[in-house]
Design a protein around this ligand. Structure first.
Ligand code: GDP
Length: 444
């Protein structure tokens, strides 16, 4: 998980100040010492740490008494506001061209995740923005980069423009622009060449591509696990060719988070997206406020809701709700629901977005028992259609058959039947409550 150490330290500090009815200057000093330490340990740029602590201290000393918050809570709010500000404040959206095609240049050092991110970004553009992107293979130096992009294109069923490795990147991009006109692609994403280090030739090549047609976005892809190196790379690229935003990859493996916290303030460019895994759907828009919330253990309900919305089929959700209400929920629906939850990704990641999840002891090691989920599925698949819709008919001989057919025990079958009954009872109570609420409203 990203920001693990920082989150733990800051949350500990917050716990101590939270309930305070009065916050003295000494309290603030003490807290800021810990915040400072936590940020340094998270590999945040020293200058950034200094400024951050100064700003929070100034605001925190002598907080006005607001009615709704205790002074302790106000200090926490200040920390959250400043963390949000540090990471760029508002979420920074993609800039599209007024007149298509929108041209997006992907730049960065080798191994940062540029080619992978090119694919992920195209995926988002198509899914979320309904665009028709063309991927352009202009990295002619890294062996296999072109092939890698073509594989990604195939996987996503998206077109990839390539002229092999013998044509110059500038010429490739020039022809790609022509091609996009013919094929009506409204976005062009150029996967440019990376190098192991920043060098003049590379910068010149990028400038030449830029000169062909001014891109709407120049995204620098950097590996967040390289910490302050990533920050330096961002600064250099920005000074040399000018970038419009940063994509921070591998945040899923970055337990410190120093790059995420420093880049905006050092390189003066917003983080637009973060990479959270190797798969093609593991790219997320970067929301500074939500990230600050997550770091401080306040949860990230908005991202959670968006995740659910993106993965849950609305029609199916409505059908399920209707079934809950009319209590005609069957084991087939149960399986359907399990599948919907699975689509949202590992359950332990979801749990971490809940407010206060960090405080629940043992949760950091919580692994959802995949085996148990597999058993539940096997049991349901071993039922006859009639048993699935009317589980009341499942007597002991049927239980035996189901257990045998699913490779589980009778106790497993009993447990699932009981869970299902409990769930139905709960649904009944909930729908009763809702009916009563409805009645009350009508009286008013
Ligand atoms: P390029 O040289 O910059 O084009 O880098 P690649 O796109 O080939 O990526 C290098 C490696 O990083 C590949 O193994 C990717 O799967 C991996 N990678 C890229 N983005 C992420 C990410 O967000 N999380 C993780 N865990 N791996 C990533």
């Amino acid at each position: 998980m990203a920001f693990e150490g920082l989150a733990e330290r800051l949350q500990g500090t917050i716990q101590r100040i939270k309930g305070k009815g009065k916050v003295s200057e000494a309290d603030v000093k003490e807290m800021m010492r810990e915040v400072r330490f936590a940020l340094i340990e998270a590999d945040v740029n020293l200058k950034v740490v200094k400024e951050f602590v100064k700003k929070v201290s100034e605001r925190a000393v002598g907080v006005d008494v607001m009615k709704s918050l205790t002074p302790g809570q106000q200090v926490i709010k200040i920390v959250k506001d400043e963390l949000t500000e540090l990471m760029g404040g508002e979420q920074s959206p993609i800039q599209f061209a007024k007149k298509p095609p929108t041209v997006i240049m992907m730049v960065g050092l080798q191994g940062a995740g540029k080619t992978t991110t090119t694919g992920k970004l195209a995926n988002i553009l198509r899914k979320k923005y309904n665009r028709n992107p063309l991927l352009v293979a202009a990295d002619i130096y890294r062996p296999a980069a072109i092939q890698q992009l073509q594989t990604i294109g195939k996987q996503l069923s998206l077109p990839v423009f390539s002229l092999g490795t013998d044509v110059s990147p500038v010429e490739i991009v020039r022809q790609a622009l022509e091609k996009s006109k013919e094929d009506h692609n409204d976005v062009i994403i150029i996967d440019t060449a990376g190098r192991l280090h920043i060098d003049e030739d590379l910068m010149q090549e990028l400038k030449d591509i830029r000169a062909l047609k001014e891109p709407d976005e120049v995204f620098l892809v950097v590996d967040s696990m390289t910490g302050q190196d990533a920050v330096n790379v961002a600064q250099s690229f920005n000074e040399s060719i000018g970038i419009t935003g940063v994509v921070l990859t591998k945040l899923d493996g970055d337990t410190r988070g120093g790059a995420a916290l420093s880049i905006r303030s050092v390189a003066q460019k917003p983080i637009k997206f973060v990479g959270m895994g190797e798969k093609m759907d593991a790219l997320e828009p970067f929301h500074p406020e939500r990230m600050a919330s997550r770091i401080l253990g306040m949860g990230d309900m908005l991202s959670l809701i968006e995740k659910a919305q993106a993965n849950v089929d609305e029609e199916k959700a409505k059908e399920l709700e209707e079934k809950f209400r009319t209590q005609s929920f069957t084991f087939d629906d149960f399986i359907e629901q399990l599948n919907q939850v699975k689509k949202m990704g590992p359950l332990e990641d979801i749990i971490k977005m809940l407010p206060g999840a960090g405080k629940i002891k043992g949760l950091e090691n919580a692994k959802v028992d995949e085996k148990q989920m597999g058993r539940v599925e096997a049991i349901i698949y071993a039922m006859t259609p009639q048993e699935k819709t009317t589980p009341d008919i499942i007597n002991s001989s049927r239980k035996k058959r189901i257990a045998k057919g699913s490779g589980t025990s009778i106790q497993d079958v009993n447990r699932l039947l009981k869970q299902f009954e409990d769930m139905k009872k709960m649904m009944k109570q909930m729908s009763n409550m809702q009916q009563q609420k409805g009645k009350k409203k009508m009286k008013m």
